[in-house]
Design a protein. Structure first.
Length: 482
């Protein structure tokens, strides 16, 4: 079989994987050489002949995020890393398209970590995308636009519009989906004006509270660049090796953690309100009608923050102290105690943090989109991992292996030694729902509205309930716009 496809910049040769054709490492933007590391993405140079598309490109520069997890990037890796990958079951045309935007707190991540084979086998074209993270993608550069990582995503979506038909996809039926920072990107693209016309639907799995104004954007960036002793220009930063920036970045984050109450976000980087990519918080924009033409699924995991709090000593899990850090009224702790009777301090601490970081942003986006007349859906992923005696519950990221139906790679670590017997049942149900939504706009449960606040609860068995986190919603509703 001849697996050569011609794109607008040149021909690529993929590989056969069963009934799928797979193309990896296709550039959608120019290499990140010199000052281009810190500038808006530029189109790739056209090439002659046929480019090999059998393997992933290098990842974008990034530090090691978690101990024990292999580094996605290392010094000396190639700079042609603004690439995407395509899995297609039929190059004949007309298939729905799913574009995956990975997470990683805008600090790390790469498209090569995810295997969408099982999604594509069900009859959709799947695209996974690299984009810049860290200072290259989200730090302040005086002579370059902000939110360069989001600009990369927009460049990739324009590539999809111009090229996906050659791979069997329907450019008029594109769904973007992502988890954590990827979900944050999905709602950013849905709420902002820059993405209009580039996709029809969005799935946001664990929307993160990763947004900031220009003031905090500048202060956080100064913490990093101040340690480098250079001006924050593309030329000056280009002379600094990525690993030196990573060292300064780690020191800046340590300083932020020492004075957590002074900062909006828990990491160094976030989407900034730049007036180009995004004007305001996505749920504020969505409530105003921005993105009303996009169908949107938003969701969260029941126990999002257990992944971050499990190793904290019990004495550190003080709900009152956390409430001050989250800028909640002191009475909020009493409301939590009354609304979640029987929960101890450690459980309340984790619940409050889960609400702040993910559960409320996801709920607010679904709510705001529905209020503006958009087709909006809400879900809660409630299946609990048996890992560590069940201590992690339905933690952050647990939905990922279910989304891709992957049980044998790095995502597998969510389950411990043995694969749970009900993995395939829930994974098949979730994947079928996402594919149905990408195809028709209907994921298989009712839309969200203020009248009943209906949501899908993903579990074995799954169900549909009204207002699943009513207590938390009412505690936080006064924070809707900030």
């Amino acid at each position: 079989m001849d697996l050569v496809v011609r794109t607008e910049h040149g021909a690529v040769r993929g590989v056969a994987d069963g009934e799928l054709s797979v193309f990896k490492g296709i550039p959608y933007a120019a290499p990140l050489d010199g000052p281009r590391r810190f500038q808006a993405p530029q189109p790739p140079e056209p090439w002659d002949g046929v480019r090999d598309a059998s393997g992933f490109s290098a990842a974008v520069p990034q530090p090691v995020l978690l101990p024990g997890i292999p580094a996605a990037w290392k010094p000396g890796d190639g700079t042609d890393s603004l690439t995407l990958n395509v899995w297609t079951p039929d190059r004949g045309g007309g298939l729905p398209v799913l574009v995956w935007i990975h997470g990683g707190a805008y600090l790390g991540g790469t498209s090569g970590e995810y295997d969408p084979t099982r999604l594509a086998q069900a009859g959709v074209v799947v695209v996974t995308v690299n984009y810049r993270v860290g200072y290259e993608g989200f730090g302040r550069v005086q002579d370059a636009p902000a939110n360069r990582g989001i600009l990369d995503q927009l460049a990739a979506l324009r590539w999809v519009q111009n090229n996906i038909a050659a791979f069997g996809g329907d450019s008029g039926n594109v769904t973007i989906f992502g988890e954590s920072a990827g979900a944050t990107s999905v709602v950013t693209l849905a709420a902002g004006s820059a993405g209009r016309g580039l996709f029809r639907r969005g799935i946001a799995q664990s929307v993160g509270a990763l947004f900031c104004d220009e003031d905090e954007f500048g202060k956080v960036s100064d913490l990093v660049v101040g340690r480098l002793g250079i001006p924050a220009t593309a030329e000056a930063l280009a002379e600094v090796p990525p690993e030196a920036i990573h060292t300064a970045q780690a020191a800046a984050m340590a300083e932020m953690n020492e004075n957590r109450a002074a900062w909006t976000n828990s990491t160094a980087y976030a989407v900034v309100f730049d007036g180009e990519v995004l004007d305001d918080l996505p749920w504020v924009m969505l409530r105003g009608g921005s993105g009303a033409g996009v169908d949107l699924i938003c969701g969260y995991n029941t126990d999002e923050a257990t992944m971050f709090t499990a190793d904290l000593p019990a004495a550190a899990k003080d709900p009152a102290l956390l409430a001050r850090g989250l800028r909640l009224d002191p009475s909020a702790v009493d409301q939590y105690r009354a609304g979640y009777p029987g929960a101890g301090d450690a459980e309340l601490y984790t619940l409050m943090l889960s609400d702040k970081l993910f559960r409320m942003p996801a709920l607010w986006c679904a709510e705001a989109h529905a209020q503006a007349g958009g087709r909006s859906y809400l879900y809660e992923f409630a299946w609990r991992t048996p890992l560590n005696g069940g201590a992690f519950g339905a933690c952050h990221g647990l939905d990922l292996p279910f989304t891709f139906g992957v049980a044998e790679d790095a995502l597998r670590q969510m389950f411990g030694e043995e694969m749970p017997a009900d993995f395939e049942v829930l994974s098949a149900e979730l994947r079928e729902s996402w594919i149905s939504f990408a195809t028709t706009g209907d994921p298989g449960w009712p839309t969200y509205s203020d009248a009943d606040r209906r949501a899908r609860i993903w579990n074995v068995p799954s169900s549909v309930v009204d207002d699943p986190i009513k207590v938390s919603r009412e505690i936080w509703q006064h924070r809707f716009s900030g």
